[in-house]
Design a protein around this ligand. Structure first.
Ligand code: CO
Length: 464
């Protein structure tokens, strides 16, 4: 069975390696070759790509998507979608989720990969229903992590529920890169035996063993693997596309990609990579193997975040203490997988616990909200004494958090009627209000007119 490959360099690749700063022009530059290479899909859009467009690059993320679509005539385009969080960090109302899915598909997305940080499938439902309604390919991703509750049986049961929800395919999303080779073999085998869904594997090379894990997953029957073109592969990113094309060539798994096209795209992408190495956004550390993630089960992105928080506080000597604090907090919070937004919450709490010298003396608002059930159900039960010690007798909800949210779209449209020119603009504001408003004000500001004083021609002697 030929393995299909999804190219991730244009989303996760630069997100993992240099803070998602690749510009639209740099992306468009490699697309003609990538579109002809024979990929199953190109992952091109997601939370961080959308956010950085507006916040740092002064680019319209919707325009980026339309430009990519215009070049990619042969290959499907894929995006990453955080369930009820869409591309943001809080829960949005169902009408915003529906509209965002509709507009993403209209502007060129084929495959929507939906996940929830807690694997609470109630948080996936709106996005899944909308993707099916607007005729997109709906892939649901399992947030993979290790804990006493995250057993293979747990994931198999989850996969059956996902299949029943109407998903078209399933992804094992190992955002931290902690899936071990033998565990991958067992997990993929069991998922294949218990569902009819095509299975995709997404992971990161951070710990140094991901090519082995991918190979074991392939032997167990995985259908699709996520890889990044060589210049943006390895380290905290995905395994290299070309490496798997060569490794599987001539076998029954041969992905049949056009290596000439990949080489040409890689030459262009190397120039881009060198730019980010030179300007310091790509830290060579991100390209080296880091076994700490296997020891502490902390995703690479979270490690670099912790380091920069500690550097800011001039407390780098506490780094190991903070790393050791992370698993304790995870256990107390019911073993949430460390993916956005939970990775930020657990990481910040760990820094606060260690630096203040007193655990949970300071607690971020988001951690309190999590303990009140506002992000969904924790994977394992949370000890009630612990919960009460943080939030006292405040109300804890057990229903789907978005059930409490009134429709928002029309209100936002009305509030910003003088600024927005499309539903896409409204959605940008719905997700990143202050940042998007600033971007749109700048984008639509009238071209400043120079003060012009009109006067009559000075008529004098004719010039001969
Ligand atoms: Co990833």
């Amino acid at each position: 069975m030929s393995i299909k490959i999804v190219e991730t360099s244009l989303r996760d690749g630069h997100q993992s390696l240099f803070a998602t700063r690749m510009t639209t022009d740099e992306i468009l530059n490699v697309l003609p070759e990538l579109d002809k290479a024979g990929y199953y899909a190109l992952e091109v859009w997601g939370g961080a790509t959308f956010d950085t467009c507006l916040r740092f690059l002064n680019e319209d993320p919707w325009e980026r998507l339309r430009k990519i679509r215009a070049i990619c005539k042969n290959t499907k385009l894929q995006m990453l979608f955080r369930g009820q969080n869409i591309l943001g960090y809080r829960h949005y109302s169902d009408d915003i989720v529906d509209k965002f899915v509709q507009k993403s598909i209209e502007n060129g997305i084929d495959i929507i990969r939906v996940f929830d940080a807690l694997n609470d499938i109630r948080n996936l439902k709106s996005a899944v229903d909308a993707t099916i309604k607007y005729h997109g390919h709906c892939q649901i991703a399992l947030s993979y992590t290790t804990s006493p509750v995250h057993t293979v049986d747990y994931y198999v049961e989850l996969a059956k529920e996902i299949e029943a929800m109407g998903a078209h395919s399933l992804c094992i999303k190992d955002m931290a890169g902690v899936l071990l080779p033998e565990d991958a073999y067992e997990l993929v085998s069991r998922l294949k035996a218990n569902t009819l869904l095509p299975i995709e594997l997404h992971s990161h090379c951070t710990g140094g063993m991901m090519e082995i894990t991918y190979q074991k997953a392939i032997e167990a029957g995985v259908d699709i693997i996520d890889c990044a073109l060589s210049p943006l592969s390895g380290g905290t990113s995905q395994p290299s596309t070309e490496a798997f094309v060569y490794a599987l060539k001539g076998t029954k798994y041969d992905p049949h990609l056009d290596i000439e096209m990949l080489d040409q795209a890689a030459i262009k992408m190397t120039i881009t990579k060198d730019k980010y190495l030179a300007n310091g956004l790509l830290n060579p550390k991100a390209l080296t193997t880091n076994p700490s993630i296997l020891k502490y089960q902390v995703p690479g992105g979270m490690l670099s975040n912790l380091m920069s928080q500690l550097k800011e506080q001039k407390a780098m000597e506490k780094y190991l203490d903070v790393l050791k604090e992370v698993p304790k907090i995870r256990a107390e919070l019911g073993y949430p997988p460390l993916v956005t937004p939970l990775s930020q919450m657990v990481g910040t709490q760990a820094v606060m616990n260690v630096l203040s010298g007193k655990r949970y003396q300071m607690v971020p608002k988001e951690v309190k909200e999590y303990l009140k059930g506002l992000y969904g159900k924790s994977p394992a039960e949370i000890d009630e004494t612990f919960r009460k010690s943080i939030i006292g007798d405040e109300l804890v909800i057990t229903h789907r958090p978005a059930d409490d949210l009134a429709p928002e779209f029309e209100q936002i449209k009305l509030k910003y009627q003088d600024l927005v020119k499309s539903d896409e603009d409204v959605l940008s504001i719905a997700l990143f209000e202050a940042v998007a408003v600033k971007f749109l004000e700048n984008k639509y500001k009238p071209i400043p007119k120079v003060e012009v004083v009109e006067f009559n021609l000075l008529i004098g002697d004719d010039t001969l």
